[in-house]
Design a protein around this ligand. Structure first.
Ligand code: RM4
Ligand code: MN
Ligand code: MN
Length: 400
């Protein structure tokens, strides 16, 4: 009996490992900081090529990160003119361009917003940049264009909230019209920061509204840090799944706000519960959920590549654990309101140590059993620290 259970568990873990893929962010390899300052790391990536090189390392060591999210302003400074070079980098370093992230917040024209701005010139510039981002995505073969807006206001009465909503509907619809049939537009939300009174897309309901009003290829992007304290994120995930509106995730962890801490460093059970809702949905409906799993972290203190490897490992472990929930048993317990049995289904899966099975899987794929250890002994970090030190000390802007 015990042996049968174990074989089933191993099968489930292997299936999870074969299917789970997660995207790394290019900006996670570059120097970053807080609004109070920036700590420079000698090994931080200073060019798009270096970001590809670092992402290539993560993929070579883990085998589950075949794509890298690109930020148009930071990684493709010449717009469409940069795509040929990016294509070459992808071939050279073995990672494909993933989601394309427009930037409609850093230019001075966006002081009072992008699509929500009462000034038509700012809205037009934001629309042009968004269109360009869609074109870039087409050129690079990227499916998802991910939108995050800083639009909002800092003081009561200073913005016409309904007008801004209307302008957003109009502009997002115009962007959606540019998408190729296979492309998607992901709408990210965030409750506050940088705006501190109202944010135009503050929560999942607003993001879902805008996605729906733009067109059928728009979905919601859930950044795990972008919620109020103690909000039930897995419930949001379950709702979005049931509405067929969940497009993807930006994973990170937090203690207080948008801390961008390493996934699972504060609350691994939260991440597990999110994965559980997805896997449970797939089991119940018999169809795979079409979700882009992405990391959105840029570490201030930890070594960037090591932190990325740590995050990827954590995501892989928690996803594998979530597939171990006994769904038949859970469904029966829920039906009978057998609370403790239902809850234990989650707890038992969460408590299972999946690491030995993951090590076995890696071995079978010719991957290092311990990606972090392999990275530390590879000499890559020492090499890039020397190569990049000078450029890093000269100072580069955040993320770019
Ligand atoms: C924001 C948001 C975006 C990310 C930027 C760098 O807080 O999470 O997704 O692109 O940070
Ligand atoms: Mn994000
Ligand atoms: Mn964020």
């Amino acid at each position: 009996m015990v042996q049968i259970m174990e074989a089933r568990t191993t099968d489930k873990i292997l299936h999870a490992l074969e299917t789970f893929r997660i995207e790394v962010p290019s900006w996670g390899f570059a120097n970053t900081g807080t609004r109070f300052g920036k700590f420079i790391q000698a090994a931080a990536a200073t060019t798009t090529e270096e970001k590809f090189s670092d992402a290539g390392q993560v993929q070579a060591l883990t085998g589950i990160c075949p794509t890298v999210a690109l930020h148009v302003l930071w990684d493709l400074p010449d717009g469409l003119g940069s795509t040929t070079e990016v294509g070459k980098l992808a071939d050279r370093y073995g990672v494909r361009p993933g989601s394309i992230n427009p930037n409609v917040f850093q230019d001075q024209i966006y002081k009072y917003g992008s699509f929500g701005n009462p000034d038509e010139r700012a809205r037009r510039q934001a629309l042009e940049h968004s269109r360009l981002s869609v074109q870039i995505a087409k050129e690079l073969g990227s499916r998802d264009v991910s939108f995050w807006f800083t639009d909002g206001s800092n003081y009561p009465g200073t913005a016409n909230i309904r007008e801004r909503k209307r302008r957003f509907e109009e502009s997002l619809k115009a962007v959606h019209a540019e998408l190729a049939p296979n492309q998607r537009m992901l709408v990210e939300y965030k409750p506050f920061e940088p705006a501190f009174y109202h944010t135009d897309i503050a929560d999942w309901g607003m993001a879902m509204h805008f996605a729906r009003s733009s067109g059928s290829q728009a979905k919601v992007l859930v950044d795990t840090d972008h919620h109020y304290q103690s909000q039930n994120i897995e419930q949001i995930v379950a709702w979005l799944l049931s509405e067929d509106m969940l497009g993807g995730f930006h994973f990170n962890d937090r203690k207080y706000a948008d801390d961008d801490l390493t996934l699972g460093s504060i609350d691994p059970y939260q991440v597990f519960r999110i994965f559980h809702e997805i896997v449970f949905f797939e089991w119940e409906t018999g169809k795979p959920a079409d979700i882009a799993y992405m990391i959105d972290q840029s570490h201030n203190l930890k070594g960037k590549i090591e932190a990325m490897l740590q995050t990827v490992n954590m995501a892989q472990e928690l996803f594998a654990k979530a597939t171990l929930v006994d769904h038949e048993r859970l469904a029966a317990a829920q039906k009978n309101s057998d609370l403790i049995r239902a809850e234990s289904c989650l707890q038992d899966a969460f408590a299972t140590d999946v690491r030995p099975a993951i090590r076995e899987w890696r071995k079978s794929k010719g991957l290092p059993e311990d990606p972090l250890e392999a990275f530390r002994s590879s000499g890559y970090l020492e090499r890039i620290s020397v190569q990049r030190a000078e450029r890093n000390n000269a100072g580069v802007s955040s993320y770019a």
